[in-house]
Structures are given as structure tokens and as C-alpha cells.
Design a protein around this ligand. Structure first.
Ligand code: NDP
Length: 450
């Protein structure tokens, strides 16, 4: 990056930080995007004069509300609910809901901002949004989770709709929570519409949605390797997380001939050198989705190593997939991956790699798939769920998987188009940022000044 662009980036970030104090995750996400977009718009005054990047960093609106619910002992609890409606230039706001004690405005603004570019990359008509609450479903009974979801939706209902804003799941919001949220929306609105995605198959959900994010992150990884005339067969994969994204990423790694050897949760990671596949992976899904247990139980059950309080990036591997949460891979850990021979990183989680880690990976010419490209498969199939709901139809699994495959391939192609550097190295981060930006920016230009 030249000195003048660096100065522009610093000046731009100064205003973003001044306008959004105390929001480090949001600053980080904006910095990562602006670092690609400012050089791209240097010779395009049309975007500069309309101040498109500045407008994109200011959400359309943010809704913050109180959520009050009673636990099983009739004690009253107060949580904070949010919905960040970031940008609807190319379609209704779309993005998940996160229930986790760490949820705050900075995290949701970063997620909604990222979502805007990601949704644009899918080529489907979806704007960007994100929401959630600082509620921890862990350790709560089903009835407590139900009462919380109903209280949360009682306020959110008036702000969303199938053509306005269509939330989905994220960390802490899976099939159970979506069921409670959809039920409450239906009761309040007296309408059965596709207002949420990730629904159960019995009430308007789509086949392949559950698998889509994890599968998509692996499809993208395979596309990056194929672009270098390599593939996943025989490759060892280190994966973090053990939720929806991580388990389906592991499943697809194995399907394409690779070997996933780690999974983690917020308490530590397990290392199974023989591979976490087949029955063992099915056991993990049951552990996490039904029994809601801890990944340490895998070590006891299958007699492998458990590393309490640690992350898995020191385990030698060919490819790495961070699939738990933001900022879970720092510069030192990225260096460990490089030194151990890792050739590619595909981000299943949102912004899991810290800026310092990204610098290490790009500096070492590692294939790096940023989350807005790599994990776009989930929202892509959510978009297909919206189409099916509008048409009151259900598509076949094969058709949906083929669609997911072709959407991921198209995202890869666009990243190559905008991210290939003179020496042939593909900077997927730059490619994804620029490709995602163009569609939203052009739509905003079409609407005039607003
Ligand atoms: P889940 O709730 O199913 O699983 C989350 C996993 O990450 C769990 O193993 C959890 O462990 C771990 N985790 C959560 N917070 C932390 C933390 N602070 N430190 C360490 N580990 C943590 O969520 P998903 O799999 O759905 O989401 C994972 C990531 O993928 C998120 O970044 C999400 O935004 C992103 N994503 C998800 C999509 C989807 O379709 N589900 C779509 C696109 C992106 P524990 O149980 O101990 O909390």
C-alpha cells in the first residue's frame, strides 16, 4: 500500500473511530474492508464524490430493546436485544441472530457490516443485517429458552418481515431457537411468512441449510486448491469450534478425502490423529445439538488428547478452518500454522483471524479465504429458502446442493477476478471486498443521495 493510500486509510479510520467510540470489532471490520476499497476507488471519483464508503459504514438504523423473561423459579431477568439493519440497497436486510453473553453493539455492527458484502457476493438479492442479545442459552432449560425467545420476538416482530428484514440463526441460535422465534412471530402477526430462515423442514425450512455454511467453506477451500492444481485429498485439517459450522465443515473435509483432526469449544480442544469422521462425528453432533455437552467428553469417550483452555493452531496441518468465533487466530498462531506447513486457511466463522494474523498469512502467500467469501454458503441457502417460501415450493436436496456449489464457485471466480496480483497470487481478501462492494455501491448510486 502506497504512502498516500495509507494516509487516506488512517484519516478514514480516525473519523470512523471518533463516530463509533469503544467499538473495536466494528473498527477492525471497517479497517479490513477500507484497506481494499480505498485503493480500488482511487481512480473512480463517482464513488468518492457520492461518499459511498462513508455511507456504508453508517447503519441504516439500529434497534435496541429490553427483553424481560422469567426463569423456572419465577425469577425475573433483564437482557438487551438488538437488530442492526445495516444496508438494504440490494434486498431486504438479512443476517443471523446471536445469543451469547459477549453480544454488544460493536460485535453486531461488525457482523452486519460484513454481512452486507457477503450477501452481495452470493449474487442473491439480500441486504445486510445482524441481531441478537446478551443472553446465554447455556445451562438454561428448554422452557427458559422458549420464554426468552418469545420475549425477544415480542419486540422484534414489528421491525421485521419477509420483504423488510429476514433474520436467521448464528451462535446460540439453532433449530430450537428458530422454532420458538418463528412460532411467536406467527402468533403475533397472524401470518405464516418466510420471515426467518433456518426453519424446520416441517414449517418452511430448506434442505441443505443446516449443512450449507460448513460445506460451503470447504467447497471454497477446494476451489482455491484446484486453482493451484491441488486438492483436499489426503490433507490434514485443523478445525476450531464444534457447532453447526465446524461439524459440517469436518463432514465435507472427510467427504473430499481429507482428515479433520481437531474440534474445540470455549473450554479447550480435542486432537484425534485418526480423524474425526463417520460415527465419531455423528456422536459430536448429538453431543452438541441434543445433549448440549462439552467437547472434552469426546476425549474421554474415544481416548484421545484434550487440551484444556487451548486453541488448536499448534497442531501440524495442511489446511486450517477457524469455525468458532471472531478473533480466535492471532499473529503468533498464524505463524505457527505457516511454520508447520499449512498451505490454506478458510474462515468458517466470521472474522476469526485478527488483523495481525491476516498480515502473516498474506505475507507468506498462504491461500486465505476471508469469511465474507468462505462462509457465504449459509446465507446463500437462506436466500434460496426465501425463494422457496415466496413460491410456496420445496426444492430437492440435489438441486440445492448443486446451487450451493455453483454459488461458491462463482464467488471464487469473482475473488480471482478482483484479487489476482501481478505475480499470480490471489489475494482473496481484496477480491472479496471489491467484488462485494461494487454491487452495493452501484445500487446506492442509482438511488441518489439518501
Ligand atoms: P454454534 O453456536 O453452533 O457453535 C459455536 C461454536 O463456537 C461452539 O463450539 C462454541 O463453543 C464456540 N465458541 C463460541 N464462542 C466462543 C468463544 N468466545 N471462544 C471459543 N469458542 C467459542 O455457532 P455456529 O457454528 O453457527 O457459528 C460459528 C461461527 O460461524 C460464528 O462466527 C458465526 O457467526 C459464523 N457463521 C455461522 C453461520 C451459520 O449458518 N450457522 C453462517 C455464517 C457464519 P461453546 O459451546 O463453548 O460456546
Amino acid at each position: 500500500m502506497g504512502d498516500s493510500i495509507k494516509q487516506q486509510l488512517d484519516d478514514f479510520m480516525e473519523t470512523v473511530i471518533a463516530r463509533n467510540p469503544g467499538e473495536p470489532e466494528f473498527h477492525q471490520a471497517v479497517y479490513e474492508v477500507a484497506g481494499s476499497i480505498l485503493p480500488f476507488i482511487q481512480d473512480k471519483p463517482i464513488y468518492q464524490e457520492a461518499r459511498i464508503l462513508e455511507r456504508m459504514t453508517e447503519p441504516d438504523r439500529i434497534i435496541i430493546f429490553r427483553v424481560v423473561w422469567e426463569d423456572d423459579d419465577n425469577r425475573v431477568h433483564v437482557n438487551r436485544g438488538y437488530r442492526v439493519q445495516n444496508n438494504n440497497a440490494i434486498g431486504p436486510y438479512k443476517g443471523g441472530l446471536r445469543f451469547h453473553p459477549s453480544v454488544n453493539l460493536s460485535i453486531l455492527k461488525f457482523l452486519a457490516f460484513e454481512q452486507t458484502f457477503k450477501n452481495s457476493l452470493t449474487s442473491l438479492p439480500m441486504g445486510g443485517g445482524k441481531g441478537g442479545a446478551n443472553f446465554d442459552p447455556k445451562g438454561k432449560s428448554d422452557h427458559e429458552v422458549m420464554r426468552f425467545c418469545q420475549a425477544y420476538m415480542t419486540e422484534l416482530e414489528r421491525h421485521i418481515g419477509e420483504d423488510t428484514d429476514v433474520p436467521a440463526g448464528d451462535i446460540g441460535v439453532g433449530a430450537r431457537e428458530i422454532g420458538y422465534l418463528f412460532g411467536q412471530h406467527k402468533r403475533l402477526s397472524n401470518q405464516f411468512t418466510g420471515v426467518l430462515t433456518g426453519k424446520g423442514l416441517e414449517y418452511g425450512g430448506s434442505l441443505v441449510r443446516t449443512e450449507a455454511t460448513g460445506y460451503g467453506a470447504v467447497y471454497f477451500l477446494e476451489d482455491m486448491l484446484n486453482h493451484r492444481k491441488e486438492n483436499l485429498a489426503g490433507r490434514t485439517a485443523v478445525i476450531s469450534g464444534s457447532g453447526n459450522v465446524a461439524t459440517y465443515a469436518a463432514e465435507m473435509i472427510a467427504e473430499l478425502g481429507g482428515k479433520p483432526v481437531t474440534l474445540s469449544d470455549s473450554s479447550g480442544f480435542i486432537h484425534d490423529p485418526n480423524g474425526i469422521t463417520g460415527d465419531k462425528l455423528a456422536w459430536v453432533k448429538e453431543l452438541k445439538e441434543v445433549r448440549r455437552g462439552r467437547i472434552s467428553e469426546y476425549a474421554e469417550k474415544f481416548g484421545v488428547e484434550y487440551h484444556a483452555g487451548k486453541r488448536p493452531w499448534g497442531v501440524p496441518c495442511d489446511v486450517a478452518l477457524p469455525c468458532a468465533t471472531q478473533n480466535e487466530l492471532n499473529a503468533d498462531e498464524a505463524r505457527m500454522l505457516v511454520n508447520n506447513g499449512c498451505i490454506a486457511v478458510s474462515e468458517g466463522a466470521n472474522m476469526p483471524t485478527e488483523q495481525g494474523g491476516i498480515d502473516v498469512l498474506l505475507g507468506n502467500r498462504i491461500l486465505f479465504a476471508p469469511s465474507k467469501a468462505a462462509n457465504a454458503g449459509g446465507v446463500a441457502v437462506s436466500g434460496l429458502e426465501m425463494s422457496q417460501n415466496s413460491a410456496r415450493l420445496s426444492w430437492e436436496e440435489e438441486h440445492l446442493d448443486e446451487k450451493l456449489r455453483s454459488i461458491m464457485r462463482n464467488i471464487h471466480k469473482n475473488c480471482v477476478e478482483y484479487g489476482t496480483e501481478p505475480d499470480g497470487y490471489v489475494n482473496y481478501l481484496k477480491g472479496a471486498n471489491v467484488a462485494g462492494f461494487i454491487k452495493v455501491a452501484n445500487a446506492m448510486l442509482a438511488f441518489g443521495v439518501m
